[in-house]
Design a binder for this molecule. Structure first.
Ligand SMILES: [Zn+2]
Length: 138
C-alpha cells in the first residue's frame, strides 16, 4: 500500500549504462542499498553513459559496483576522483580536497552510492584453504 522509496529493492541488482559516444556498455551491480545516478562518465572515453534503469539481463557480469563507502574510503575515493579529473583536464582542478570530501559526504548522506571496480571475489573455485588437518603436527 505504501510505495517503496527508490532506495530499496536494488540490492544485488544489475544495471547497464551505455556510452552515447563509444557505445561501450558499463555493467554495474548495487552491493549496498542506495541511489544511483541516471548518468555516469564513460571510463573509456569520458563522455556520458546513460542508465538502462535496471531493465537489463540480470545474468550479466558486472565490472563495476555501486557501494556505500566508509568515512576513510570516502576520503580516499575523493582523492582518486580529483586525481582522475586532474589527469584528464588541462586546466587545474579548482575545488579543494576538503570541499570535494564535503560534497561527496553530502551525496552519501542523501543515500547516494559510489562506483568502483568490482573487487575480486572468491566466487570461482579457488585454491583450498587450510583444512581441518592443517594444524596437525607430525
Ligand atoms: Zn565512451
Amino acid at each position: 500500500m505504501t510505495r517503496q522509496p527508490n532506495t530499496s529493492l536494488r540490492y544485488g541488482k544489475i544495471n547497464v549504462y551505455t556510452c552515447q559516444t563509444c557505445r561501450r556498455d558499463i555493467v554495474t551491480i548495487d552491493i549496498d542499498d542506495g541511489v544511483t545516478p541516471f548518468m555516469v562518465t564513460c571510463p573509456e572515453c569520458g563522455n556520458e553513459a546513460f542508465s538502462h534503469c535496471y531493465e537489463v539481463n540480470q545474468q550479466l557480469r558486472p565490472q563495476w559496483e555501486w557501494f556505500r563507502p566508509t568515512e576513510d574510503q570516502l576520503v580516499e575515493l575523493t582523492r582518486e576522483e580529483l586525481a582522475a579529473i586532474q589527469a584528464n583536464n588541462a586546466a587545474p582542478v579548482t575545488i579543494t580536497e576538503d570541499d570535494a570530501v564535503l560534497c561527496n559526504r553530502e551525496h552519501l548522506e542523501k543515500g547516494g552510492l559510489f562506483l568502483r571496480s568490482v573487487m575480486p571475489r572468491p566466487s570461482a573455485p579457488s585454491a583450498p584453504g587450510p583444512g581441518p588437518e592443517a594444524g596437525r603436527t607430525a
